[in-house]
Design a protein around this ligand. Sequence first.
Ligand code: FAD
Length: 497
Amino acid sequence: MRDKQSGEPILNLRESILGPEQRARAINELGTREFDLLVIGGGVTGAGVALDAASRGLSVALVEKRDWAAGTSSRSGKLFHGGLRYLEQFNFGLVREALHERGLMLEKLCPHLVQPIQFIYPLKHRVWERWYMGAGLFLYDTMGGAGAVPRHKHLSKKRILQMAPGLTSEGMIGGISFYDAQVDDSRHTMELVRTAAAFGAVAAPALQVIGLTHDHVGKVDGAIVQDLESKKEMRIRAHHVVNATGVWTDEIQNFAGGRADFTVQASKGVHILVPRDRIDSTISIFVRAEDSVLFVRTWGNHWLIGTTDTAWNNELDHPAATSTDIEYLLRNVNRVLNVKLTEADIDGVYAGLRPLIKGEEGATSDLSREHAVQTPVPGFTTIAGGKYTTYRVMAEDAVNESIKQLNLSGIAIGAPHSDTAHIPLIGARGFDQAAQEIRSQANTLGLSAVTVDRLLRRYGSMVSDLIVLMRSRPGIGKTNHRWCRVFAGGGRVCGHP
Ligand SMILES: Cc1cc2nc3c(=O)[nH]c(=O)nc-3n(C[C@H](O)[C@H](O)[C@H](O)COP(=O)(O)OP(=O)(O)OC[C@H]3O[C@@H](n4cnc5c(N)ncnc54)[C@H](O)[C@@H]3O)c2cc1C
């Protein structure tokens, strides 16, 4: 069903809830129905595939071995960006596509979860660097960057230091400001799953695929999964299976009995979090590092600083930061700060693994950020690579390929083209109206402006449901966060705001 005014599909919000009851129901359905598509992997790619397919009318099952976004999709740099670095690699196609996606997210699909973020890039060389970066950012703006966000601006040294007094003035001749967009990645992935479920996808976490099943001619026709809570095993039947497991791609391919021409190389990226008062700046900072770039941006009460880029050939479930990673981040960020950060300033560290399509020998920073879709075995398509920003395009490609294969194997699916560019995620439709509603009631509900903003950014138009809850149980709106700071030496301080 579609909204008469906007023409957008109307979502079944009741079906989108992902609680334990719904999981139990989903498991029951997964064990009894036969699906058009079984999607393995509940990161942004798998969730995107599930939404794309379900919104085209396919019956879809989605399984995730841990929790939604528990893999790379909760450990990213949290940017919807075109990728200035890819401009330097002359990968204009990727940048243009990513900027288009960034605009869609900001303006239409999930404006509550994605916000513009302004960076400054301090310059050290008067002529060539200003020209080089200015030309790159001009291209960035003209390729579709500007519109959803303001254009880049050249700034004097004085202006930069007003905005970011914590930057070292030594050697700085001025700077440039530009915009990208920031997202709460794990929440975004979860809302994608919810939106897919609202379109009828049957989704369950803590279900690990431990094998694939084949029919009498060798076509993949489902999977064996283990429920990691009950330890029970069951079979899920599907006409086609999509492998969207990121760095775990090869593990699932081994079950299929055939593999795509590409392999996936895990590349580790580490971020650190330091308290907001450690860097005196009102604006996020773009830093050129030894062999790449660093983004220093605000994240709640912290600065999020990252990232690194090194090959990872160990345990995929538990990527870990090393002291070399931390030293690299501190050394490079300290190049632009007047009060240097030390290990004692670090409140948190996380590491994630980029699923990069493996190319020629070389550094992982040179491997492709583009994605690949292949069907190495009938009934089984693998989608891998790409970036968080381009998940929607990846999903569309994977579903197009799956429908092609379904048609080839005689299962006629009269599925229309992808419509996800016109499907706002749960919480997006009615966002402005809900924002007005909660702001006008903030005083009576006892909510500070900061809390209102945080709730809106988290729940979007679903804050209306929260308001109903807060009215029926007044204590529920009170913030009661206990915070703890763990020091590098093992010490710990906790308190209340
Ligand atoms: C440090 C870092 C920074 C990044 N920064 C950015 C950024 O700022 N912007 C950007 O656009 N991109 C960024 N990326 C890239 C982006 O995060 C990834 O491309 C994207 O999250 C990959 O999503 P995915 O769904 O393919 O993989 P994942 O999120 O890893 O999802 C795969 C899922 O499959 C599940 N799975 C595995 N095996 C099984 C099984 N047997 N059964 C069931 N489920 C299984 C896993 O548990 C996992 O949840 C960054 C990546 C890293 C590492």
